[in-house]
Design a protein around this ligand. Structure first.
Ligand code: IVH
Length: 675
């Protein structure tokens, strides 16, 4: 057993080590040990103290969370009143502030301490001979509440100052909660069914004003100091910036963003710089504060009412505001998604006037329980799009209306399709809806769909804008003369485009199905549908259950396919396409693959095919009963070659294997044999 002298020394040593690491961690932001090592030191100290009760010390780092839950907070009269700041909202306000200060001081230029205005709660910490004896809220400025037991639970608040021990030193600052801690707290609260907080400031206030300090302790509050109150026996420096440096020396934490700036230009430049970083900071700020740096000048300037003449708060535009939802309308995007948008009474928030706010989808409307007529809290942070944070239920008028998804597309009147389990509702008029036109036509013509060369976005845009093209079928009625009249289109490229359109008419069923842009029907689903039904008519006639029989097609995709063909406008476009000459070889139905047209064949596909991807070709061959392999061998019975087939072609020629080009392959797939 160690002698009590040694134990006492070790306890002292541990306390010092722990405080030192706390200081490095919180104030210098430069920890030198891992959290686990820190915890080990704490455990050792706790053990020593419990085995040796005579070592008890209220200021030991183990005693941060002590004391009983109180029934109320005691009142504290502030030795030096806690003032507030005048607010400024414009550059002009700051120019005027600086001019007034210079005129009163009769000086040319003033240096300012520029500081973020932390959005938390003002606090004063009273240290007597280096010991934290009292912490109090601002209250009305003259009297606050004693929150000492709770403030002791904040790890960045030293219980003892480092170095000098002035008889009295009141440090003043802001208690706040980081956004991360705030989110974690709200998650915990929601998980337990407890009330959540609207923002970090409210969470910090609620946590500090807890009668049970154990609750404060688990809510990770933080503190930055930004000035001093009463001081006795402390040789205060000459400048505010030096006071902050001295407070840091004493182990108190200051905001690392604080800087000394020169004159009004320096202030405004700082405002812009911090404004840009606002959302990147770990904590909320609602502006910046400029303080005349020289303390003798601060004294000369003095106070008006309850605010100093030597400081001003330059506020950022508020990020939250309250307004009313006048209407909710649905907008149709390029993919046919219907987005509910709230039209609100115009409100100035985050520096702009907001009148339209997206609600994203019907799930979001339900989750936020937004009704037409509701009062809502709107938020716009930085460049982020504005959002409705929540409704204010108490202010819901009796005539508030529920937001309903329309049954028909507001743009083209096709019916709206909302698959169970999906958040997004969509217009089913993929081929006819003006909102989807550009996307639908671009997709239709894309390389892996109908593969129309030369139909770029600008061309499609012009064709749509002029009203010449409203559905993909209209593409096939374009003449060279018409196309040549478009911007940046010479006669040669016009002729090429019309030729490319003509060429694209000869396609395959999988490509055609893919080109239609049916929701969730990608290339492989198109291929499976084509292989199963062989032609378009049986697919169009199939019930949802029958469509679901297709390999890899589940109920959702089957529903989308059915919805698409159920929309009469889509069927009309398909008829027009076929009438224009769009066609494909019929595929032998692959439902009984064992008896397909390529049964028994061992097929290799090589080079680039024009009408289908290599993957499509492989799948089509498989669907027709073939075995598909990657390399040519003696077992290979058929090599399908596209452009640049390379070494496989030579090897197949050497081995005397049958070689088919793409057209022949398509004929084989259709069970027609070589022409
Ligand atoms: S100085 C006499 N500096 O803003 C000057 N205040 O409206 C007293 N605040 O109650 C305050 N960050 O809660 C000062 N860097 C900062 C601040 C700051 C936030 C708060 C504080 C004060 C209020 C003034």
């Amino acid at each position: 057993m160690a002698t009590s002298r040694e134990v006492a020394r070790r306890a002292r040593e541990l306390r010092e080590l722990i405080e030192n690491h706390n200081y490095r961690y919180y104030v210098l932001d430069d920890p030198t040990i891992a959290d686990a090592q820190f915890d080990a030191l704490m455990r050792e100290l706790q053990q020593l103290e419990s085995m040796h009760p005579e070592l008890a010390d209220a200021d030991s780092p183990t005693q941060r969370v002590g004391g009983q839950a109180a029934r109320e907070f005691r009142e504290v009269v502030h030795a030096v009143p806690m003032l507030s700041l005048d607010n400024a909202f414009s550059e002009q306000d700051i120019v005027d502030f600086d001019r007034r200060a210079r005129e009163r001081l009769d000086v040319e230029r003033v240096a300012y301490s520029a500081e973020p205005k932390i959005d938390g709660l003002a606090i004063t910490l009273r240290y007597e001979r280096g010991r934290l004896v009292q912490a109090a809220t601002r209250g009305d400025g003259s009297r606050g509440e004693d929150v000492t037991v709770n403030v002791r639970a904040i790890r960045s608040v030293p219980l003892q100052l480092r170095g000098g021990k002035p008889p009295v030193l009141e440090a003043r600052g802001e208690v706040f909660m980081t956004r991360n801690s705030f989110e974690a707290l709200n998650l915990r609260q929601a998980g337990r069914g407890d009330k959540t907080f609207a923002n970090p400031r409210n969470a910090a206030a609620g946590s500090l004003r807890q009668l049970d300090p154990a609750i404060t302790a688990e809510r990770s509050l933080d503190l930055f100091v930004y000035g001093v109150g009463a001081i006795e026996g402390w040789a205060a420096p000459q400048r505010h910036s030096e006071i902050l440096a001295a407070l840091r020396q004493l182990g108190l934490r200051t905001c690392p963003e604080i800087a000394v700036v020169d004159g009004v230009d320096g202030c405004l430049e700082y405002y812009d710089r911090i404004g840009k970083r606002r959302d990147a900071l770990a904590y909320d700020i609602d502006g910046v504060v400029y303080k005349v740096d020289r303390l003798d000048w601060q004294r000369d300037l003095g106070f008006v009412a309850r605010a100093p003449r030597w400081a001003v708060a330059h506020k950022f535009p508020a990020q939250e505001a309250t307004t009313v939802v006048n209407e909710v309308q649905f907008y149709v995007g390029r993919t046919g998604a219907l987005t509910p948008v709230a039209h609100v009474a115009p409100v100035f928030v985050g520096g702009v006037t907001v009148s339209n706010i997206t609600l994203h989808n019907m799930d979001e409307v339900a989750r936020k329980d937004v009704h037409i007529g509701d009062s809502v809290i709107v938020r716009r942070a930085g460049d982020v799009i504005p959002e409705i944070v929540r409704v204010i239920p108490a202010q819901r008028p009796a005539n508030a209306r529920v937001v309903r998804l329309p049954a028909r597309c507001p743009v083209c009147s096709s019916h709206v399709d909302r698959t169970a389990g999906e958040a997004v509702a969509r217009c089913s008029g993929g081929l006819v809806c003006a909102a989807q036109r550009l996307g639908a036509i671009r997709h239709f013509a894309s390389r892996r769909a109908m593969d129309v060369d030369g139909l770029g976005e600008r061309v499609v845009e012009q064709l749509i804008e002029s009203g010449r093209v409203t559905t993909p079928a209209d593409l096939y009625t374009l003449t060279v003369t018409e196309v040549a009249e478009l911007d940046r289109m010479g006669p040669k490229s016009a002729a090429n485009l019309v030729a490319a359109l003509e060429h694209s008419k000869q396609t395959t069923l999988p490509r055609f199905l893919y080109a239609l842009g049916i929701r969730d029907v990608g290339e492989s689903t198109a291929l499976a549908l084509a292989g199963h039904f062989g032609d378009l008519d049986p697919l169009q006639a199939a019930t949802r259950e029958e469509i679901q029989q297709v390999r890899d097609v589940g109920p959702v995709v089957a529903a989308h396919v059915r919805e698409f063909f159920d929309e009469e406008r889509n069927r009309r476009v398909i008829e027009n396409l076929r009438a224009a000459g769009v066609g494909w070889p019929v595929i032998e139905r692959a439902t009984v693959a064992s008896a397909g047209p390529l049964t028994g064949q061992v097929v290799v596909i090589s080079g680039t095919l024009a009408k289908m991807s290599r993957e499509e070709a492989r799948a089509a061959a498989r669907a027709a009963g073939a075995t598909v392999t990657d390399s040519v061998s003696k077992k290979t019975t058929l090599l399908v070659v596209g452009a640049e087939a390379g070494s496989k072609l030579r090897k197949a020629q050497d081995l005397g294997i049958r070689i088919a080009d793409e057209d022949e392959f398509l004929r084989l797939l259709a069970g027609k044999g070589p022409a």
